[in-house]
Write a protein that binds this ligand. Structure first.
Ligand code: GLN
Length: 274
């Protein structure tokens, strides 16, 4: 079959842009470039693979899992159903965190990423900040298998630890960062998310705050004298999380930041920094 025929096939089963993206990925071209090669014949093996992928999309599998990777802050992370698909909002968390670390820390820092999933946050910070150490922690053994693939792929030296956040861990960190699950058990979310992404990476109890509660109850022992905590949060959770922080930590400054869609999305806790 030719590229043109394959794009027509794709269009009849899924969004035409997605069809272009899938075929371009398989042919190692960029999607726009494909239009210059419409008459070109595609080898059988790729045709079969492409058709399978198009049908998987039609059945409601997310594009990122079908492609098997996602670009996060300039690096390509391998992903599959064992981990959450890294989101744009999380890039914003990383971007703001990098700014704060560059502004407030002079020496290489010790970092921990709690609920690391694919490793997108922690590995990106390692690449951008050249820290002293990076620990990537997740409770899910399956998720850590994906983290490991990304450490090899992106040449990261981070330590992988299977653990329930910071339970039983004594090490002290300069930066504690997390995008934990924060969806309420009964919250309505898109089917494509609910049916495909790991529920352990999405849900956090009746009020969606279980993970913040747990992390905040554990974290005091892990904070260096000067320490930054960075959370991604649900857009309606800032007040509740501020109350939780005040319950567990004294003498800290709390700052909530909005994402590009103007929703509360990040919460920073500064200890002896501002
Ligand atoms: N830290 C990973 C990410 O932000 C995974 C987050 C999660 O599983 N809740 O993509």
């Amino acid at each position: 079959m030719t590229i043109e025929e394959l794009l027509v096939f794709g269009k009849s089963h899924c969004h035409s842009d997605h069809a272009k993206i899938l075929l371009a990925e398989l042919l190692n071209k960029n999607p726009l470039e494909l239009l210059n090669y419409l008459e070109e014949k595609v080898e059988e093996e790729i045709v079969d693979k492409y058709k399978k992928e198009v049908l998987a999309l039609e059945e409601g599998r997310p594009l990122q899992y079908v492609i098997g990777s996602v670009n996060f802050f300039g690096n390509r992370f391998y992903i599959d159903e064992r981990v959450l698909i890294p989101r744009f909002e999380t890039e914003e968390l990383v971007e703001n965190t990098i700014k704060y670390v560059e502004e407030y820390f002079d020496e290489p820092i010790d970092i921990v990423d709690l609920g690391c999933g694919s490793g997108a946050i922690g590995i990106t910070l390692e690449k951008k900040l050249s820290p002293k150490s990076v620990d990537l922690i997740d409770i899910s053994k399956e998720a850590l298998e994906v983290t490991k693939i990304n450490c090899e792929k992106i040449e990261s030296k981070a330590n992988l630890i299977q653990n329930d956040f910071l339970e039983g861990i004594d090490k002290k960190y300069d930066l504690i960062i997390s995008n934990p699950p924060y969806i309420k058990t009964n919250e309505e979310i898109e089917d494509i998310v609910k049916n495909n992404e790991p529920s352990i990476a999405l849900y956090a109890g009746d009020d969606g705050l279980d993970c913040y509660r747990k992390i905040l109850s554990q974290v005091k022992k892990n904070m260096k004298d000067k320490c930054l905590i960075a959370f991604e949060i649900g857009c309606d959770q800032s007040n509740d999380i501020i109350t939780l922080v005040q319950e567990y930590l004294e003498d800290v400054i709390i700052e909530v930041k909005k994402d590009l869609s103007d929703k509360d999305r990040m919460l920073f806790i500064f200890k002896n920094i501002k």
